[in-house]
Write a protein that binds this ligand. Structure first.
Ligand code: 5GP
Ligand code: ZN
Length: 113
């Protein structure tokens, strides 16, 4: 298993975990771009959103639950936050295990690209 996020999910690589459930793990990004920068990942390997299939209902609801827990626990539920998933190298994806960046805790620029 060469995927670093699979290893983090399995506890084989260290990470600052902030949330864990049956299907999902959330941990702090190693290179934070904001005071709150957490990555939410499914425990099963999916390369990107493109690989998510109709049977992945538990995975997706787990992601939603984790995002909700992170924004509540860090207080950014009140101040505003952004959720991003990069899909493909041209979009800036560097780790090819589906992950959602949850970013907040400072003013975020109005940009989509
Ligand atoms: P991407 O560019 O694929 O959307 O985001 C990958 C993210 O994973 C980057 O923000 C990067 O800082 C983070 N990252 C890469 N390797 C590690 C790691 O080993 N541990 C943690 N906590 N974050 C990582
Ligand atoms: Zn993986």
């Amino acid at each position: 298993m060469e995927c670093i996020f699979c290893k983090i999910a399995a506890g084989e690589l260290p990470a600052k975990k902030v949330f864990e459930s049956e299907h999902v793990v959330a941990f702090e990004d190693i290179h934070k771009v904001a005071p709150v920068h957490v990555l939410v990942i499914p425990k099963v390997h999916r390369q990107s959103l493109l690989e998510v299939n109709p049977n992945d209902v538990d995975l997706l609801s787990g992601v939603q639950e984790a995002i909700r827990a992170v924004i509540k626990d860090t207080g950014i539920e009140q101040t505003g936050f952004r959720v991003i998933t990069n899909s493909g190298a041209a979009a800036g994806q560097t780790v090819f295990h589906l992950h959602f960046h949850v970013i907040g805790g400072r003013e975020l620029a109005m940009t989509l690209a």
